[in-house]
Design a protein around this ligand. Structure first.
Ligand SMILES: [Zn+2]
Length: 453
């Protein structure tokens, strides 16, 4: 199964997937804990701890449990997918699907297409119970989704349709390369995959994302104008900001930059607009602009090109190794035989499963860079801390360093708030808001007021 970081990249939701969840509408003003207020004795660790301590223990335990359960789900996704692929090979069902396709047409490209359709439906069907648990039941158990089953199922069906079209195109191109280019196929295969990925990233905001959600231009000048002003100040030629109705799927707050070139757009979801303070919106937008200005999309394409090249080299070697041992038993004649697809899927999923920490570290590093950019652009360290805490609803806030390295595709809450409080300490005397300057000893903490972005 495709790892999370790759899915994240494919749909180019390089995003600050943050969340503002509450049964009641929270007051839309920032409440800064005492130890995080500016003063001569401001301490970065004490301020970070004070922010983290604002989350009640039961809520923290709940999000820890949700996120740690996700570690096991990654393993189960991999195990279930591997078991299905081995089953297709061992029962020779894969070989029979190939024979069926060969019976219908003598054209190799059409055989590949005819094989791929039942392959996708069988594997999707067998994985469906786990998909329902992971994507629907569990999300409701943790109060992260408010979507009805019918609406969720519709999204899955649309996803399957997209997978069918894009998957069929990719598989036909890849098998054509394998059949025509011989021993060097894996280099060309990797390059073709990268080109396909770039095309998907390019068209996703315009042709794929609207199949799931409605995007509308944001018109409210109170929200739009400061965002566009920040964009101009940072050299971003944006003239529109989009609002997306993600409240139809969940109550998570998020914003993202998607596409590139002419399809590049900044989108805010409606949960963010409804549930976060202006400071939080500003810092989130600063973060997204960071992805743009720091060219994260282009750097990620380069990074994933290298990952794909390594993945296809491994695939080439491991396909030959496996087929030499078990090819005859599975009825798979060689790497040009479309019946090899379950084996190729299995081997690539092993590669991506093992390299997950590497991919996570790449995206986590870019996210951290975007955080720092956002702090400098929006100058809202407390808004940043507040929005980071809202991750506490679904991402463990305070993990150990090895845990963060292995499993986190975004920095943890502690890492992000520490960066925000460090920025606040170093900028305390030059912040443009009077309330953020060091207070005279007799100043009342209640005189602090959040400033508008
Ligand atoms: Zn981000």
């Amino acid at each position: 199964m495709t790892p999370r970081y790759l899915v994240c990249f494919v749909f180019l939701v390089i995003c600050i997937s943050t969340i503002c969840l509450s049964e009641t509408t929270p007051p839309l003003t920032l409440e800064i804990p005492a130890a995080a207020r500016p003063g001569p004795n401001f301490d970065v660790k004490a301020a970070t701890d004070a922010w983290l301590a604002t989350i009640p223990p039961d809520k923290k335990a709940r999000s820890d449990s949700y996120f740690e359960g996700g570690y096991w789900l990654q393993l189960w996704d991999f195990v279930v997918s591997a078991a299905i692929m081995l089953w297709l090979l061992q029962t020779r069902l894969s070989a029979r699907m190939r024979d069926w396709a060969a019976h219908l047409t003598s054209r190799k490209n059409l055989q590949t297409l005819l094989y791929f359709v039942p392959f996708l439906f069988v594997t999707t069907l067998l994985q469906f119970p786990l998909t329902v648990y992971e994507g629907y039941i569990r999300e409701h158990q943790y109060g992260l989704s408010n979507q009805t089953f019918g609406s969720w199922f519709r999204d899955q069906a649309v996803g399957l349709g997209i997978g069918l079209v894009l998957g069929a195109i990719a598989i036909m191109i890849l098998f054509a390369i394998v059949r025509r280019l011989g021993a060097s196929w894996w280099v060309w295969g990797a390059m073709a995959s990268i080109v396909l990925l770039v095309i998907v990233v390019l068209i996703a905001p315009v042709y794929i994302a609207p199949l799931f959600n409605t995007y509308t231009k944001l018109n409210d000048p109170k929200i739009k104008d400061p965002i566009l002003s920040m964009a101009r100040a940072n050299g971003i030629p944006a003239s529109d900001v989009y609002e997306v109705d993600e409240s139809r799927q969940s109550s998570r707050v998020s914003a993202n930059v998607s596409g590139f070139g002419k399809t590049m757009r900044i989108s805010l979801n409606d949960n963010l607009l409804k549930r976060c303070t202006p400071e939080e919106i500003a810092t989130t937008m600063g973060h997204e602009m960071g992805h743009y200005v720091l060219n994260h999309i282009y750097k990620s394409i380069l990074f994933f090109s290298l990952v794909f090249l390594a993945g296809f080299a491994f695939l080439n070697w491991s396909l030959h190794w496996s087929l030499a041992r078990w090819g005859e038993r599975w009825g798979v004649t060689g790497i040009t035989d479309v019946a090899v697809l379950p084996l190729a899927t299995l081997l690539l999923s092993i590669f991506f499963f093992v390299t997950t920490p590497l991919g996570n570290t790449w995206t986590r590093t870019e996210e951290y860079e975007a955080d720092i950019f956002g702090l400098n652009a929006a100058r809202q360290p407390d808004g940043e801390a507040a929005v980071d805490l809202k991750l506490g609803e679904y991402r463990k806030l305070d993990p150990g360093p090895i845990e963060e390295y292995l499993f986190y595709d975004h920095p943890s809450g502690r890492t992000r708030i520490t960066a925000a409080m460090r920025w606040k300490k170093e900028n305390m005397n030059i912040l443009d808001e009077p309330s953020a300057r060091p207070q005279p000893p007799n100043a009342s903490p209640s005189s602090l007021s959040p400033h508008q972005p």
